[in-house]
Design a protein around this ligand. Structure first.
Ligand code: SF4
Length: 174
């Protein structure tokens, strides 16, 4: 019998066009939504809004150790690391119940970026070798689940490849 449960893929909510960014705007990705979006049911997550930081909010960046960075606001230096860690642990357990088969993250975000996220070392040197806090918790919780960021899903072959990985993951779980 055909599997009638939709293929659910998580997504950083700003990519859907919702005004959840720190500046009150969004990062609607029409290419992604029109291509991959035809095949999946999106499950939106905005870690920074869901953790209670509101919109608009002071922007943040990562500082310290690339493997264990702190999430700190740019101007006033408020450290949101611990609250984001607690939120992420709880949220990934909730997402587990939704049977996701993949996740598309917003690139370069200190919360959602899955690679090459900007980080300032304790000597104030900028590197691009960290991972957003929520994305890290997600990938640790679901080590086999296909994840990608929107910047790599703008050509048809990349979308096709990602969708195939998503469907293969889903089959492996059924
Ligand atoms: S990148 Fe992540 S935390 Fe930032 S606005 Fe988008 S969904 Fe929210």
């Amino acid at each position: 019998m055909a599997n009638t449960i939709p293929v659910r893929v998580g997504i950083s909510q700003c990519l859907l066009g919702d005004n959840v960014r720190y500046d009150g705007g969004h990062k609607h990705d029409s290419v992604l939504i029109e291509t991959l979006g035809r095949h999946v049911e999106w499950v939106p997550v905005c870690p920074e809004v869901e953790v209670g930081l509101g919109t608009p909010r002071e922007p943040m960046h990562l500082v310290g150790d690339p493997q264990a960075p702190r999430l700190v606001t740019l101007n006033t230096g408020v450290d949101h690391t611990d609250v984001m860690h607690r939120f992420a642990q709880k949220r990934v357990r909730e997402l587990e119940a939704l049977n996701l088969s993949g996740f598309v993250f917003k690139s370069a975000s200190p919360s959602c970026g899955i690679r090459e996220v900007s980080l300032f070392t304790t000597q104030s040197v900028e590197t691009r070798d960290s991972i957003g806090l929520f994305a890290r918790a997600f990938m640790e919780h679901f080590p086999e689940m296909p994840v990608e960021d929107e910047s790599r899903l703008h050509d048809p072959q990349a979308v096709k490849d990602f969708l195939e990985r998503v469907l293969a993951y889903r089959r492996s779980r059924n």
